[in-house]
Design a protein around this ligand. Structure first.
Ligand code: SG7
Ligand code: ZN
Length: 264
């Protein structure tokens, strides 16, 4: 059995389901949001990040996991406004290759990609003891998805991550970074979003995620977007020097799912 996977090539996304059967399931992520087919659900209230701004004085860490760059989050951060209590686990990004029309987000809206996408991963700490158990359960995870577009101005909040990518160029590398306000990475309007049941967007593709995709995007500069390509897919010991880019999965069939919206 292969446990190694990539976005393109011989163990690329079209092959994932051969090695990770759940990747061929009926409720996969990401998806395209066809806005005319979404259904307004008045019971979907605003989400409340809990403790996202209370980073304490403990530094965060940032590491290259060979597929993306990850910032583990402290266990006091969580999410309110969902049927259960969720505890934050980590955040990470997906991006393209910097070309203006190329895309890079995982979710698309009416077929349109954005330049990149931020994910903040949480697990259902009311029902499950930890992330490993929760990710195998149908109601185990909640991930926030934020679409990122490029604009004229730099986004100061994103420098808290982007400034340190030179220290984790290689897979397996990790660096300690100053703690910062995680909420500053999110859009200001947390009341308008799309909601659906889906999966992890990477192998093993477990169908355990309650997805929230905010309608408001956040903007970073093109220079900032290009900083993401400081990072490489391979470890220091490996010979190849392939730049980490296009680390996004393409939209998956919606099948019999309905995407809900929190607004009419
Ligand atoms: C990224 O996406 C990482 C993974 C994550 C995966 O490769 O963030 O997490 C770690 C700790 O490496 O996998 C189980 C998990 O969180 C899929 O997450 S996603 O569906 O939000 N894109
Ligand atoms: Zn992700």
């Amino acid at each position: 059995a292969v446990t190694y996977w990539t976005y393109t090539g011989s163990v690329g996304q079209s092959k994932w389901a051969e090695y990770f059967p759940d990747c061929g399931g009926k409720a996969q992520s990401p998806v395209d949001v066809a806005t005319v087919q979404t259904q307004y659900d008045p019971s979907l209230g605003p989400l409340t990040p809990l403790g996202y701004s209370q980073h304490g004085n403990k530094p965060f860490s940032l590491y290259n996991n060979r597929h993306t760059v990850v910032v583990p989050l402290p266990g006091w951060m969580g999410l309110g406004g969902l049927p259960w209590q969720f505890t934050a686990v980590q955040m990470h990004l997906h991006w393209g290759n910097g070309a203006p029309e190329a895309g890079g987000s995982e979710h698309t809206i009416n077929g349109q990609s954005s330049a990149a996408e931020l994910h903040v991963v949480h697990y259902n700490s009311e029902l499950y003891p930890n992330m490993s158990v929760a990710m195998t359960q149908q109601d185990g995870l909640a991930v926030l998805g934020v679409l990122i577009e490029t604009g004229e101005e730099a986004n100061q909040a994103f420098w808290n991550i982007l400034n340190y990518l030179g220290r984790i160029r290689h897979a397996g590398q990790s660096v300690s970074i100053p703690a910062f306000d995680v909420q500053s990475l999110l859009p200001s309007d947390l009341g308008r979003y799309y909601r659906y049941n889906g999966s992890l967007t990477t192998p093993p593709c477990f169908q355990s995620v309650l997805w929230t995709l905010f309608t408001e995007t956040v903007k970073i500069s093109h220079t900032q977007l290009m900083k993401l390509e400081t990072v490489l897919y391979a470890s220091k010991e490996e010979a190849d020097r392939v730049v980490m880019q296009d680390n996004y999965r393409t939209p998956q069939p919606l099948n019999d799912r309905t995407i809900l919206s929190s607004f009419p």
